[in-house]
Design a protein around this ligand. Structure first.
Ligand code: TRP
Length: 455
């Protein structure tokens, strides 16, 4: 009975925008540019692209399969596919990872919302290297304002999710994703009109392998995972809302390509300006919050540009957080019998309470900045454990499960929509990469990230 009432997205377009909304997030605008900056530009982009192809895509298709075939939350789905087995752990890891990511992601998103507000107030006009640094420090260290912004973020995401799959997730992503594209293109055009912008473009697009280290390959793979929201059931959960005639392989390819396009467009908005003002491209995580305000404020009409830029970043962060929280909501409504509203409110409050630990430990001079667990503060610990341990393990388990525990005929049946799609070659290719390439790469990355294998 419950399953019959389950909502789905209303069309293929809705599926595309919702899924893209999950993929496009702080990863594109915050992580991607600083990683490209630190790893020598286009060569890193190329490696990233291969990681998407050989690991990202097969895992994404697999998650969609698990979700749409069972039409259940991540734990329910695994229980249905392999009752009473340890494979349920894929779901359990997913739930834990979803919490860990939310704890720190809502904190960073809070800074972004705050920066929209500051940009509108005109706080960045005439900003200098020192004042930009000081402003970011104040925004992060708080202690009250980051917590308040984190709660505002959670309230916005919760309000959208309470409205449901179609009226909430679908409607918001269908409206905001095109807006995001438009805003990023406006920022790009402005950036390209700057004198000296070609330096930045050269940096982004000229392939120079000498800057690449083995470490950058591992970073590229981790980034591909984080970027495509993989390894923790987000795509299982969204897949469970897909229409039955959706071509899962096709959707995965379109989402991965569009997501990469957004990352590259973000790079085009950022690097020409960075080079035009002789700033360093490898500024690290501070690139978004310190370098961008500094650089954009020097451009004519730069203040408006800053407002647009931080609005687009907050759209990206918000639609991504919706998809992480939805993993938890689907679980609590379906497995624990909570109403949607209760599930959202309960989880939002829980995330706010623990998430405060992230907000209060984001910088070494934060109130809890000196508390270290395994040598890391809370903020870094949440990020590290989720991105470097649980997500690769989750991805590996999914690859092994799909590649070796599910019959190929069943996979072919579901991916071809019961034989209505004539895409055997794509299914075969997917199956080959899934069985023989993705798991090997994932094991290497995982062993390296926990320090067993040293490069
Ligand atoms: N993909 C998003 C980004 O790049 C973040 C995200 C959303 C995510 N859902 C996820 C990351 C699930 C890991 C797992 O910002």
């Amino acid at each position: 009975m419950k399953n019959q009432q389950r909502e789905t997205f209303s069309s293929g377009l809705a599926v595309f925008f919702a899924t893209l909304g999950s993929a496009v997030g702080l990863g594109n605008i915050w992580k991607f540019p600083y990683m490209i900056g630190a790893n020598g530009g286009a060569a890193f982009l190329l490696i990233y692209f291969l990681c998407v192809l050989f690991v990202g895509l097969p895992i994404m298709v697999s998650e969609f399969y698990i979700g749409r075939k069972t039409r259940k939350n991540v734990i329910g789905a695994m229980k249905q596919l392999k009752p009473n087995s340890a494979w349920k752990s894929i779901g359990v890891f997913g739930i834990i990872t979803a919490y860990l990511i939310m704890f720190f992601y809502t904190c960073v998103a809070g800074w972004v919302y705050f920066y929209v507000f500051k940009a509108i107030k005109g706080d960045f006009s005439g900003v200098t290297v020192e004042s930009s640094k000081a402003m970011f420090g104040a925004a992060v260290v708080g202690p009250i304002s980051p917590i308040i912004w984190q709660i505002i973020v959670l309230t916005v995401v919760s309000a959208i999710l309470i409205m449901g799959v179609q009226k909430g997730i679908e409607k918001v992503t269908k409206t905001l994703m095109p807006v995001l594209f438009l805003l990023i293109i406006i920022c790009d055009i402005r950036a390209l009109m700057l004198p000296g912008s070609s330096e930045g473009l050269k940096f982004l697009f000229k392939v120079d392998f000498s800057m690449l280290t083995k470490q950058s390959i591992l970073m590229a793979l981790g980034l591909a995972f984080f970027k495509l929201s993989l390894g923790m059931g987000t795509m299982v959960t969204y897949g469970s809302y897909f229409t039955k005639d959706n071509n899962l392989i096709n959707t995965s390819v379109k989402v991965a390509l569009s997501d990469t396009l957004v990352s590259v467009l973000a790079g085009i908005a950022i690097f020409p300006a960075v080079f035009a003002f002789n700033m360093k491209p490898g500024a690290g995580p501070g690139l978004l919050f310190m370098t961008i305000p500094l650089v954009f404020s020097k451009i004519p009409f730069g203040n408006i540009l800053l407002v647009l830029f931080f609005i687009l970043t907050s759209i990206a962060a918000t639609t991504a957080m919706m998809s992480i929280l939805e993993v938890l909501i689907a679980y609590f409504t379906e497995e624990k019998g909570l109403s949607r509203k209760k599930a959202v409110i309960f989880n939002a409050i829980f995330i706010a309470v623990i998430g405060v630990l992230a907000s209060l430990s984001a910088d070494s001079s934060s109130i809890l900045g000196n508390i270290k667990i395994f040598g890391k503060g809370f903020f870094d610990l949440f990020d590290f454990v989720s991105s470097n341990i649980l997500m690769p393990i989750g991805g590996l388990l999914i690859a092994v499960f799909m590649g070796y525990m599910v019959k190929k005929d069943e996979i072919r049946h579901e991916l071809s929509n019961h034989g209505t799609l004539n895409i055997d070659w794509a299914i075969n290719l997917y199956y080959f990469i899934l069985r023989y390439i993705a798991p090997v790469l994932l094991i290497i990355v995982f062993l390296n990230s926990i320090g067993i294998l040293k490069f």
